[in-house]
Design a protein around this ligand. Structure first.
Ligand SMILES: [Zn+2]
Length: 86
């Protein structure tokens, strides 16, 4: 499904960024979910928790904003806003 590839892509980018920073752990992740990405914050959280198990991002605090603007140029996407590493 569309949402699953978006989440897999997001998790691999988080991993790559964490590696670049020689991070021990990802403690926070901030994402923006487009109005047409068809995923709720709760559902995203479930997928994130599943997908990040065993990775540096396991247990990270999630800050999720769900957009209600279908006209946004990235309304179909899930955007990574920032991550916080230690
Ligand atoms: Zn799903």
């Amino acid at each position: 499904m569309h949402e699953h590839s978006l989440i897999a892509n997001l998790l691999s980018r988080i991993d790559a960024i964490a590696c670049q920073h020689s991070a021990k752990r990802v403690v926070g992740v901030s994402v923006w979910i487009g109005a047409l990405a068809h995923i709720s914050a709760g559902h995203f959280r479930e997928h994130f928790e599943d997908g990040s198990r065993g990775s540096l991002a396991q247990g990270a605090r999630l800050d999720i904003e769900v957009s209600d603007d279908p006209e946004h140029p990235q309304a179909q996407d899930i955007l990574l806003r920032s991550i916080e590493v230690v």
